[in-house]
Design a protein around this ligand. Structure first.
Ligand code: DGL
Length: 274
C-alpha cells in the first residue's frame, strides 16, 4: 500500500442539498478527508431535465470544479444524474467516480411480500438503467414505480426550515396508499428523500424505507483505503468547501445550515454549458 499522509480530496455532487445525505454518511466514516460539496442550484431540479441536457451539464459542472480544485475521487450523489451520466464522466476524468443509484438489489433481498416500491424523480423511473436493474436483481418481485417532481423541493424546503405539508405529501403518495398490496420495502431513489424519511414513514408505518447512503460510504472508504492509509492520514488543514452554480438569497440561510455538516467555506462557481 502506498502510504500518503495527505488527506484525499473528495468531491460530492448533486443538483441540490440531497447529496448531503450521502456526504454525511461518507463524512462519518472518513472525517479526515477533505470535502468539496458541489450543487447545481442554477439548474435544480434535475428530475425534469432531458438526458442529453444532463450529460452535458454534469460534465461541465465537474470540469469547472476541477479547474480550481484537484480531485482524488468524485461521488455523483444524485440518482437522476448517475443513471445517465456515469459513462461519459468516467471517459472524461481520470479520478474514480462513484455513482449513486437506487438500492433495488438490497430491497429485493429484504422484501417479504415480494412487492418493492421505487420512489424517485420522474426522470429516474423512466431510465433504461432502472429497467435493467430491476430485470437483473428483482425479476422475482413486483416493482411499483412512482416518479414525482415535487418531493426533492419539499426536502430542500425542509432543510431551510419550511416544515413538510403532510396533506400535500399524502396526496402525492396516494397512488401507493390506495394499493391493495402495498410494497413492504420502499427504495428512496433520490438522495433528497432521506431528509423527509420521518414524514414518509408516518404515511407508511409498516414499510422499510431504504437508501444507498451507507453502501456508498463503504464503497468510498474501500476505494480510498486501496490508495491511502485512512487511519494515518493527517486531517486536512483546509476547510471543507461548498460550491453552488449560482448565488441566491436563500444560499445565506443554507450556508449557516451547512456548517452543521462541517462544510465551512462557500463560493459560487460559473459553469458554461448544459
Ligand atoms: N437528488 C437528486 C437525485 O438523487 C435529484 C433531485 C432533482 O434535482 O430533481 O435524483
Amino acid at each position: 500500500m502506498n502510504i500518503v499522509k495527505q488527506s484525499p480530496s473528495v468531491l460530492v455532487f448533486d443538483s441540490g442539498i440531497g447529496g448531503l445525505s450521502i456526504y454525511n454518511e461518507i463524512y462519518n466514516k472518513i472525517p479526515n478527508a477533505h470535502y468539496i460539496y458541489v450543487f447545481d442550484n442554477e439548474m435544480f431540479p434535475y428530475g425534469d431535465k432531458s438526458s442529453e441536457f444532463l450529460i452535458n451539464r454534469v460534465n461541465s459542472v465537474i470540469e469547472a470544479v476541477t479547474k480550481f480544485y484537484p480531485i482524488d475521487l468524485a461521488v455523483i450523489a444524485c440518482n437522476t444524474a448517475s443513471t445517465i451520466c456515469l459513462p461519459s464522466l468516467r471517459a472524461k476524468f481520470s479520478f474514480p467516480i462513484i455513482g449513486v443509484v437506487p438500492a433495488i438489489k438490497p430491497a429485493s433481498l429484504l422484501t417479504k411480500n415480494k412487492c418493492i416500491g421505487l420512489l424517485a424523480t420522474k426522470a429516474t423511473v423512466e431510465r433504461t438503467y432502472i429497467a435493467d436493474l430491476i430485470k437483473q436483481f428483482a425479476s422475482h418481485c413486483t416493482v411499483k414505480l412512482l416518479g414525482l417532481s415535487e418531493l426533492a423541493l419539499i426536502a430542500e424546503n425542509k432543510l431551510q426550515g419550511i416544515s413538510v405539508d403532510m396533506k400535500q405529501l399524502k396526496e402525492l403518495m396516494q397512488p401507493w396508499l390506495g394499493l391493495q398490496i402495498i410494497p413492504d420495502t420502499i427504495v428512496l431513489g433520490c438522495t433528497h428523500y432521506p431528509f423527509i424519511k420521518t414524514e414518509l414513514q408516518t404515511l407508511f408505518p409498516q414499510v422499510s424505507l431504504i437508501d444507498s447512503g451507507y453502501a456508498i460510504a463503504t464503497r468510498v472508504c474501500n476505494l480510498l483505503n486501496d490508495k491511502y492509509n485512512l487511519d494515518q492520514i493527517i486531517p486536512s488543514a483546509s476547510e471543507n468547501i461548498v460550491l453552488s452554480t449560482v448565488y441566491t438569497q436563500s444560499i445565506e440561510k443554507l450556508i449557516k445550515k451547512l456548517s452543521d455538516y462541517n462544510l465551512n467555506k462557500y463560493h459560487d462557481i460559473k459553469v458554461h454549458g448544459g
